[in-house]
Structure formats: structure tokens, C-alpha cells
Design a binder for this molecule. Sequence first.
Ligand SMILES: Nc1ncnc2c1ncn2[C@@H]1O[C@H](COP(=O)(O)OP(=O)(O)OP(=O)(O)O)[C@@H](O)[C@H]1O
Ligand SMILES: [Mg+2]
Length: 292
Amino acid sequence: MSAPPNDILLQFDRVAYRYPDGNAGLDGCSLDILRGSRNALLGANGSGKTTLFQHANGLLRPSGGTVRYAGQAVDYGRPGLRELRSRVGLVFQNPDRQLFSASVAEDVSFGPLNLGLDDDTVRRRVAAALAAVGLADIGERAVHHLSFGQKKRVCIAGVLAMQPELLLLDEPKAGLDPAMQADLLAILDDLHGQGMSILLSTHDVDFAYRWAEHIHIMAAGRCVASFPAGELPHRAAELAAAGLPLPAVIPLHARLAAQGLVPATPFPRSTDALLAMLPKAPQPKETPCTIA
Ligand SMILES: Nc1ncnc2c1ncn2[C@@H]1O[C@H](COP(=O)(O)OP(=O)(O)OP(=O)(O)O)[C@@H](O)[C@H]1O
Ligand SMILES: [Mg+2]
């Protein structure tokens, strides 16, 4: 069943884009992002994920087709783009392309100041955003002295401080340590709980299956499949065609189910969920201890 049109927050309608050197970035790409949903964009290197993100907040303008936000075709005039970017926040794949201020706090303040917010509100938003990414103490540090993972966190803070409706994250987990990846997931869950719509790209199919409500597969500049994440076990061929493996839990569950060790349905979306399906091992009977 297709969603009612007002539930579609972001819509790509046969969007095409050629880079100045003639390379096709997008080639008739259509895709809908529903309001309030969690979305994972999967696709091999060069399939068009970053190009798609750059269209979603108006950094690139299509050479064909239409990008719509909240039912309206994007207005590429200065006020239209300003409005779009206040509602759609993009965390870049490469933090060095996103950060340009001298200090961390300056960089995170840039977006909210541009929205015309007063100094007090900006200060509060910046402090809250830096705390959310675990960088409360480094506001005064020089951006160019930070590690890659710290820069990535600053980028995430900069977008959080804008409080967008739609959060776009281009490979947010890449370069983060496991603790920060877990923190990032907690932040995303929290934001989604507050009603934010999220679209992130990732090469981690296990994570996408566990986390997303909707999965979109990119190949050669097009979205070749969009479906509820629960359908992934039936989409092996589409994943393979896009050069992606199945999440590890899917074949593992299939083998255990074939041996009758776990039920064939429902499909577990994580190894934890699979382990929870295994029957409990019988407890050893307590034998009374007798002393001769
Ligand atoms: N600045 C550019 N100039 C010319 N071609 C580009 C440019 N950026 C990307 N492309 C081309 O556009 C296509 C899509 O690239 P894009 O960066 O969107 O892919 P991606 O899915 O984000 O890949 P990755 O997983 O490596 O980040 C590729 O063929 C790429 O070579
Ligand atoms: Mg990319």
C-alpha cells in the first residue's frame, strides 16, 4: 500500500545529475522518505548515495527530474534553500568538507546563528549538541587539531544544533570507535523518539537490518529497491545485484531453523534476537547431597 502523499517528507522523482566532467551521479533516481521514519540507504561505492544526499538539502541541483520536500518542489532561490537547509540537516561523509571554523564551538554555532537565533539560544543549543556527542569539554579547541572521529562528532553536533526535521547522515559510523558508534545509535534513537525523520547511508548491512524501518538500495545512480526492513530476507537477489551481502543473522537463522532449533518465523533482525529464540537449556536437576 502506498503512503498518503502528506506522509512523504522527501521525494526524489526521476532525479538525474551529471557532474561537470560528464560523470553521471544520479540517473533517474526515485525514492520516498516518510515523515518520522528511520531509513538506511545501502549501495556499493559510487552508486550515488552522497550525490543523493547533496540533492536532498539543495547543495546540488538536478539536471533532470524533481526533488520535493513536504510536497513542494525545492525552490533553488536563496530564501528557498535557506528554508530547506533549516529543515534538512546533512552530516557529510568527509568531516573535512564540512568543518571550516577555527574552533569547535564556532563551527557548531554557525548553523544556529545563520537561522537568526539569539545568542542565548545559540549558546544553549551548542552546549547541548556538544554534550550529546560527548564533546562537552572541547568547545575551545582548534578544529584542525582534532582526530577524524572527533571531527565527525563535531559535524554531527553542528547539525543537531540546527534541530532539523530530517537528519541526513552520510556514513555516520565510518571512523567512529565502538563506544561512539553505540553513543551515536542512542542519539539517533532519542532523536527519532522525538519525531525526527532520519536517512543514513551505510555499508553495514547488519546494522541497517537491525536499525532501519525502511531500506533503500542504490545502484548506478538509481534507487533500485525500497522496502520495509522486515522484507530483507526475501531481497537477497536485489542485495547481491547491488554488490551487498545479506546480514549475517539471516543465513544463521535459516540454518538453525532448518535443523528445527528455532522457529522459522518471525525473522530475527539481530544476533541477540536470534539467541533469544533458542530454547533455554534444561537446568541440571539438583541432586540431594548425601553424606555417607
Ligand atoms: N565531484 C565529482 N566529480 C565527478 N564525478 C563524481 C564526483 N563525485 C562523485 N562522482 C561520481 O558520481 C558517482 C556517484 O558517486 P557518489 O559519491 O554519490 O557515490 P557513493 O554511493 O556515495 O559512494 P561511496 O560509497 O564511495 O561513498 C560515481 O560514479 C562517482 O565517481
Ligand atoms: Mg559517498
